[in-house]
Every structure is written in C-alpha cells, then in structure tokens.
Design a binder for this molecule. Structure first.
Ligand SMILES: Cc1cc2nc3c(=O)[nH]c(=O)nc-3n(C[C@H](O)[C@H](O)[C@H](O)COP(=O)(O)OP(=O)(O)OC[C@H]3O[C@@H](n4cnc5c(N)ncnc54)[C@H](O)[C@@H]3O)c2cc1C
Length: 615
C-alpha cells in the first residue's frame, strides 16, 4: 500500500486545487470527500510516516507502545503550571497517517446534543446538533453484534442512532476487563442509570461504548484505514508522508492574505507545492495555530519579537485553549482471588487460552476501554447549586475583565450546567496496568512493585467543562521547535472544586459493595487523605490530559475571539481554512474523535458548495 503514496516529485512545484496540511483524523476525511470530484486535485502533506501496515497502529492495545515513541507520538511537553504539578505528563498526539485516530484509545462517543447547539448559539449559523448528527452518522458503519450479550455489562444500543454506510467501522469490543461490570452495579446503587442509546445526543448515565474496531479483523479502524486506503488509487489525490510543513507562502491582494504555496521540508530539503484554490489546515489543536503563526498570521506581540513579518494581526490565534483534565490518583489493589483482564495480563498465555475456552467467540487480545459514565453536576456534587450561582455571579460582575467572547461562553455554561441532563464529569475505568501513574509514598510504591503480577484498577474522574482557558503559541521561528503549551489548569478555582467533588464521588463508588468484590485496599491516595486539602493536594500531583484539547483556532465572530468564521475561513484571508478540532470554540462533553470526523464531513460540503458557486 505504501508504494501507492506520492513521491516528493509528484508534489514539488506542482499545483493542486486543494492542499491539505496534516494527514490525520480530519485531514484524511476531507481529502477523501474533496477528491470524490475527479475534476478536483488534492494534495496531502503529512509530517509523520505512513505506518499503513503497522501492527502497533492497528492492534487495539498498540497505543501503549506508541505513547512517547517519537516514531508515532509528538509527545509535546507543556509549560510548568503554577497551580498543579504536570511535570510528569506530556500531550501525546498521533504522528503519521491517521494522526491521533491511529493512536487513540478507540472510544467512540457522540457529543451531548446541547454541546453542538452551543456552537451555533456562540455565533455560528448551521453548527447545531441536527446538522452535526447527520454528518457524524455519515462517517460511521456500525456492525450489529452477532451474539446477544448477557449479564450486567452488555452491548446496549439502538441501531438507528448509528450510521451504517460510512467509512469508519464500529463494533463493540468482545473483551471487557472485569472492572466495568462492578462499576455499573455500584453506580446503580448510587442512582446512576445504565443507558441503552448513548449515540442519540443524550449521554448522561453509564454504558458500554462502541469502538472503532473492524469486527471482521479485530483491527483499529483509523482515518487512514477508513478514508485513505479505499481511495488511494484516485489519480487526483496525492498523499506525501514525511513532509513537514514549515509555513504558508502568502501575498496580499485586495486587503486579504492569499496563500500561493505551502512550504514543506522533505528529506532535509525545503520544497513548495502551489495552491490552486485553497489551503486547508488540518494539523490539529497544537500545530494548526503553530503553522498560522509561523506564516505571520497571529498576534503581532508574539510574532514581531520573533522577527516574523505580520501578514494579518489576529490576536485570537492560539488562545481559548480548553482541555478535559483527569485525576489519575485513585488506585486500588485487586483482590487476590479476582483475575481482571488488562493489557498486561493479555500477554499471559495461560490466561488467554483459558479465555478462549470460556469465551470462544471473543478475541482475548481485543481489550479496549469501554466503560463510560457521564454525570451532571447535580449527581456528584453537593454544592452544585452554589457552583452555578457563583458562575452566574461571575458573569454578571461588570468589573470582571474577560477575554473577547469569554463572557458569552460562561453565560452559556451557567445555563448548561444547571441542566440536570447535561454532563459535567466523566468517570473513566482504566483497565491498563502500566505502573499506576500516581504519586505514592515510598512504602506503598515498594509494596506494589508487581511482585504479585496483579493489575491495579485505576478509576479516573475528569472534568468536562473547565472555565480556565490556556494558550498555545510559538516560541521560536524554527518550525521544528515545539510550541509553548500553557493550559493554565485550575486558573479558575471552580475547576478544582468540581474535580474534587468528582474525585470524592468516584471514591464513594469504589467503596460500594459490588466494587469491593474486586477491589481491596485503596493504595492512593490511601486512607490518610480525608480532608479536602489532603485530597486536593493529591489531585494536584496526579493529573493527566485526556487528549481532547480544542479551541486554539476557534470558530467564533472575530470580535468574540474567533480565528475562523462559520465557513471555517481564517479571518482576513481569502483561501485559508481550518478543519480540525482546533476550531471547536467550547469543549464538548465527550471524547473528541467523532467531533473531528463530524467537523470534516460538514466542512467538505461547505467547501464543495462554495467552490461550485464560485465556478
Ligand atoms: C493518546 C490519545 C488518546 C485518545 N483517545 C481517544 C478516544 O479513545 N476516543 C476519542 O474520541 N478521542 C480520543 N482522542 C482524541 C482524538 O483522537 C482527537 O481529538 C482527534 O483525533 C483529533 O483530530 P485532528 O484531526 O484534530 O488532529 P490529528 O488527528 O492529531 O491530526 C493532525 C495531523 O497533522 C499532522 N501534522 C501536524 N503538524 C504538521 C506539519 N507541520 N506538517 C505536516 N503535518 C503535520 C500530524 O502528524 C497529524 O497526523 C485521543 C487522542 C490521543 C492523542
């Protein structure tokens, strides 16, 4: 397959109607859709390698080997945070064809209906649930499970809220770790419903989630498998890997910035590909703003000190960064008599052969994360009402100094969070027993050095709608230098309060009888941590990103902090669009890959329509 990819000679100094930067989740989706028209030529430049036949990519647990490996993972460091210790985590991002869809954890979740309607309310006509739902389904091919699952942890779904004719193959993983069922049972005792239709825009409750897993092969279905391989022979589509874009080459015409070419480095040499109609940035939340700034589109106060000539002063580039942040600090020992299945135990021959006997239809190596739980503020926080009242008071305060558009985001959030059907936390069940990613005191750590070879259930609460906003900006004109990522976690104290309450709820769940059947002692934070201050201190040391960051090229009116308009065009430019997760102005409640695909599916029709109108 890799032989069918382009060579540098196919692109260098050639002209293409559309030049797409980044062959990741959104990039390959839009490349496929635009090249459906045989009269249109499309080039894709991807910085990473192809990895088309690579088992580390297609095996469902292969992401464990990808993480922090520079061959697959950008592994961006982030700037030190004054409010918490994030020194031990990096922002992983997929590098190579498929981008982050080739290294993610395969959870397939559709946003809450209000998440998408909020985008329209912020000033983007047409970007609402109804349209998103249609385009999101367009990307999907759901396979109804062949066997009816039994027991308490079941494949519950409504077939018609999935798409059935799209490129991304979806199915339910056949192997669960053994942790998810007691979690569901314990949640039930706490009043949390198991829901049977999480794809309909109503996500509150607990459920087993589908994965982007081809049921025929048991392999990951990434953007490369779904959107590129089936069309790799199209003569009007050229995809070049190991082509790192360094900047857009622009000129100014009629007061607007026009891209005439894209400069990229391949094999140590700089080349250019010429742009016939448009350039489409699909480099993701971290690198799309980076490429704009390297090209002179951004805040002059950032660009001028780096001697980058300002083409368009657009101060919102790289701002409005939002991220789901997860606490990784609740670790429990497993009871000796219970065998949980984890990524690690998958390598145990005895266990896998026993599993093959007891569950002949299941592929014991197809373990995916599948236990999802989304809860509204009212379900896990005793102070929900006062949290919302404080947010409303904050919005109303005349003297508060907000970044452009932030007041409108807060106003919307205060309405959304008051709705008891709107999710505010996720409880993540993590059946992968790497060394628990937690700070443990010396005694505890040495007692769990895996002498028992037992896995450790890690329960991870995360906050879904932070108020804090961060930034991503270049700190050098060198295109190979990572930008400065400053998420400013907990700059707004309310975010820590919500995470604290989410943590306490998760701990309460872990103490319920069904969960206690599998779990033993709490290893971290341990019984010593009881007061809010003690728990807070533990959380601050044990955090991780859930890799869902967005907002750095927000789709908003320009005076409200926008970088692109609702047709995804960069303000002040005539032929630069952005199509990836960076345009999402307000973070959604769920995992984000369906959003990246949905944005790209929707964008393809917008671009096609505008181009046929201009023809
Ligand atoms: C480890 C991990 C786990 C995740 N788990 C889940 C999950 O289970 N479920 C879920 O829904 N979501 C998950 N996500 C999030 C989801 O995968 C992403 O939100 C989504 O894939 C982002 O798509 P994108 O198109 O914006 O960017 P990407 O898919 O990251 O694509 C960006 C592409 O641009 C390329 N690029 C960047 N800079 C340049 C340059 N200068 N020149 C050329 N190419 C460049 C990159 O190499 C990459 O291929 C996870 C993400 C990660 C990283």
């Amino acid at each position: 397959m890799e032989a069918k990819l382009a060579t540098v000679h196919d692109l260098a100094d050639k002209c293409f109607d559309f030049v797409i930067i980044g062959g990741g989740t959104s990039g390959l989706c839009i490349a496929n859709r635009l090249s459906e028209d045989a009269h249109v030529s499309v080039a894709v430049l991807e910085s990473g390698r192809a990895h088309l036949d690579d088992p580390i990519i297609y095996h469902p647990t292969g992401w464990l080997q990808q993480a922090m490996n520079p061959e697959y993972d950008w592994a961006f460091p982030q700037s030190p945070q004054s409010t918490c210790d994030t020194s031990r985590f990096f922002w992983n991002r997929g590098k190579g064809l498929g981008g982050s869809s080739s290294m993610n954890l395969l959870l397939w979740t559709r946003p809450q209906r209000e998440d998408m309607d909020a985008i329209e309310k912020l000033g983007n006509p047409g970007w609402n649930w109804e349209n998103f739902y249609k385009y999101s389904k367009k990307s999907e091919s759901f396979f109804v499970p062949e066997r009816v699952s039994v027991g308490d942890y079941r494949d519950l779904y409504k077939s018609d809220t999935f798409g059935h004719e799209g490129p991304v193959k979806l199915s339910f993983t056949q192997t669960s770790s053994g942790i998810e069922r007691p979690v569901q049972q314990s949640l039930k005792l706490l009043g949390v419903e198991t829901i049977d239709d999480s794809m309909s825009g109503e996500t509150v409750g607990t459920f087993k989630v589908a994965s982007d897993l081809d049921p025929a092969t048991g392999k990951r279905c990434s953007a490369a498998t779904a959107y590129l391989l089936p069309v790799i022979d199209r003569p009007n589509l050229k995809v070049l890997t190991e082509a790192h874009v360094t900047k857009l080459v622009t000129e100014t015409s009629k007061g607007e910035v026009v891209t005439t070419a894209v400069e990229f480095e391949h094999g140590g040499t700089l080349h250019k590909v010429l742009v016939g109609k448009e350039v489409i940035l699909c480099a993701g939340t971290i690198q799309s703003p980076q490429i704009l700034e390297l090209s002179g589109i951004g805040d002059r106060n950032i660009l001028e000190p780096l001697n980058i000539e300002v083409q368009k002063h657009l101060p919102s580039v790289g701002r409005n960064l939002q991220d789901h942040i997860v606490s990784t600090g609740l670790v429990l020992a497993m009871r000796d008599e219970v065998d949980l299945i984890t990524s690690e135990s998958m390598t145990d021959e005895k266990l896998t052969s026993r599993l093959r006997e007891t569950e002949p239809d299941a592929d014991p190596t197809s373990l995916c994360l599948s236990g999802c739980t989304f809860l509204p503020l009212q379900a896990f926080s005793d102070r929900a009402e006062s949290t919302i009242a404080q947010l409303k008071a904050k919005v109303a305060r005349e003297d508060e100094h907000y970044a452009p558009g932030l007041r409108e985001q807060y106003e919307l959030l205060s309405e959304l969070l008051a709705n008891p059907r709107y999710p505010a936390m996720e409880l993540f069940v993590f059946p992968f027993d790497a060394v628990p990613p937690v700070e443990l005191d010396g005694d505890v750590r040495s007692s769990i050095t895996y002498s028992s070879q037992k896995p450790f259930p890690v329960l991870m609460p995360s906050i879904l709608h932070p108020l804090s906003r961060g930034t991503i900006h270049i700190c050098s004109s060198d295109p190979k230098r990572a930008p400065n990522i400053d998420p400013r976690y907990f700059e707004e104290e309310a975010d820590m309060d919500v995470l604290l309450d989410a943590f306490k709820f998760t701990r309460k769940m872990s103490q319920m009888a069904p969960f206690q059947v599998i779990a033993g002692a709490e290893l971290a934070p341990g019984p010593k941590a009881q007061t809010d201050e003690e728990i807070r201190a533990h959380i601050e040391k044990n955090l991780h990103t859930t890799w869902h960051s967005c907002g750095t090229c927000s789709m908003l009116p320009e005076d409200k902090g926008g970088v692109v308009d609702s047709k995804l065009k960069v303000y002040g430019t005539s032929n630069i669009r952005i199509v990836d997760l960076s345009i999402l102005p307000l973070i959604v409640s769920v995992h984000t890959q369906t959003v990246a695909y949905g944005i790209a599916e929707m964008a393809a029709d917008i671009i096609k329509e505008q181009n046929s109108a201009n023809a």
